[in-house]
Design a protein around this ligand. Structure first.
Ligand code: NAI
Length: 468
């Protein structure tokens, strides 16, 4: 029996060619393969992976298996899979459950499948590690275990289509495999989390005493959030808008909601394309940064009826609301590059007239007669409408992921439940692994200089509170 669900296994050869190219741009991951190919520090690890099933993720998966892990994989978004990458992975025998455009029901059933390893002595197998992006795989297990242990009312009334599909999947698993969620939760040695939104969820769980295992916050490695979130979005935001709409960007007025790491990259992306960019913020520090980077800082109410392109980057909910969309000009473009689709009130548009233009592009008619173009139904557009970030920046992110998995698998018992970040020496190592590829020459500190600024000659070069 084939242990995968993908679009088409015949796409594997194309996927493999793109993987081969991606490897040449992912020096961090390739260096880890070299360093650990003999010692195989992930032997025995059964990793349930929930992260956009792209070409770059395929290189991550093959690095984890080269280091000895068994892996099962799903995408963490219904639109982000690259079907040829999924096919290339499935062809190698690694179970992958990911189809671009899968339904929400399929999404949660695929999330369930990533945990179902054979060979741990039980009829219904378990994973012992989670590699998560946005926290859905972690949520599935922890919520399922709480319901299994008597908190039935937790899944009584779904608040959204997402929750409805999640709760249905939990009910199904509870009926099919009594006791499985609890066994699965107890089998987890640790989780490494990729993104800002997932990290928020982990800190929240820990605060409430609901996180039973250690977690490594990969997002807040400097070589992740200050690179992927920023420089990644700088390349992939405009790529997504262009592939979706082919609209002339130069001269248009674009609004970026949020000026955190993703907002900084997104505003730079649009400015680079010649758009006149405005920013909204709630945080005075980020608002001041935006202003001093040369962006006009406005409220959405002030610009809803005059801007051409609206992009949310906040990780917050209800940022672009129905009243904003009703005020927009004809053919305004609306999209989100934050993790979840609730940044835009898409649900409130469901009773409007929708015309599908092509996959992940819809035109929606407002009561005034004006139309808006909505990208990826409000889900992250750089992965829905384009192919996400380029390989080089994902190499930095995923090198942190692999180091986090090694640390938790080897030393998980030394950590109490809680959320940790990787030590600065490893962060600097990740950066160092990416220098040669782009011809960066480092200056070496002399002993006297190192003593003078109070660091070791080979680093770490900064204190933990340094902000970059
Ligand atoms: P961040 O915390 O650095 O930035 C978010 C910013 O939004 C903050 O400055 C905050 O003050 C601001 N904000 C919050 N509510 C707001 C509101 N109502 N109006 C205007 N501004 C508001 O977070 P980061 O790292 O920039 O991540 C943002 C989101 O993007 C998260 O959901 C994250 O998971 C996701 N992400 C997406 C990526 C992609 O490839 N699409 C890559 C990396 C992260």
């Amino acid at each position: 029996m084939t242990d995968y669900i993908i679009r088409d296994i015949n796409l594997a050869a194309y996927g493999r060619k793109e993987l081969d190219i991606a490897e040449t741009e992912m020096p961090g991951l390739m260096a880890l393969r070299e360093e650990y190919c003999d010692s195989k520090p992930l032997s025995g690890a059964r990793i349930a992976g929930s992260l956009h099933m792209t070409v770059q993720t395929a290189v991550l998966i093959e690095t984890l298996t080269a280091l000895g892990a068994q892996v099962r994989w799903a995408s963490c978004n219904i639109y982000s899979t690259q079907d040829h990458a999924a096919a290339a992975i499935a062809e190698t025998g690694v179970p992958v459950f990911a189809v671009k455009g899968e339904t929400l029901e399929e999404y949660w059933s695929y999330t369930d499948r990533i945990f179902r390893f054979a060979g741990d002595g039980e009829a219904d197998g378990t994973a012992n590690m989670i590699l998560d992006d946005g926290g859905d795989a972690t949520l599935y297990v922890l919520l399922g275990a709480r319901v299994e242990n008597g908190e039935k009312d937790l899944i009584a009334t779904p608040q959204s289509e997402e929750e409805e599909a999640l709760f249905a999947q939990i009910r199904k698993r509870l009926a099919q495999s009594p006791g499985w969620f609890t066994r699965q939760r107890d089998a987890i040695r640790g989780v490494s989390e990729e993104t800002t939104t997932g990290v928020h969820r982990l800190y929240d769980l820990h605060k409430k005493g609901l996180l039973p295992f250690p977690a490594i916050n990969v997002n807040d490695s400097v070589t992740k959030s200050k690179f992927d979130n920023k420089y990644g979005c700088k390349e992939s935001l405009v790529d997504g808008i262009r592939r979706a709409t082919d609209v002339m960007m130069a001269g248009k007025v674009a609004v970026v909601c949020g000026y955190g790491d993703v907002g900084k990259g997104s505003a730079a992306s649009l400015r680079g394309a010649g758009a006149r960019v405005k920013v909204t913020e709630v945080d005075p520090i980020c608002a001041l940064q935006a202003a001093m980077d040369g962006f006009e800082v406005v409220t959405l109410e002030d610009v809803a009826d005059s801007a051409d392109i609206f992009i949310t980057t906040t990780g917050n909910k209800d940022v672009i609301r129905l009243e904003h969309m009703r005020a927009m000009k004809d053919m305004a473009i609306v999209g989100n590059i934050g993790h979840f689709d609730n940044e835009i009130q898409v649900a409130a548009l469901r009773n409007h007239k929708w015309t599908n233009i092509k996959d992940q592009v819809d035109m929606i008619q407002m009561p005034s007669g004006n139309r808006i173009i909505l990208l990826s139904q409000g889900r992250l557009l750089n992965l829905g409408n384009a192919t996400g970030h380029p390989s080089f920046v994902m190499s930095a992110s995923f090198t942190n992921q692999v180091l986090a998995q090694i640390e938790l698998w080897a030393n998980g018992d030394d950590y109490k439940p809680g959320v940790y970040i990787l030590p600065k020496a490893l962060d600097e190592k990740v950066a160092r692994l990416h220098l040669d590829k782009i011809g960066v020459k480092l200056t070496q500190l002399s002993r006297e200089q190192a003593d003078y600024i109070g660091v070791a000659q080979d680093g770490p070069f900064k204190s933990d509170h340094y902000r970059y």
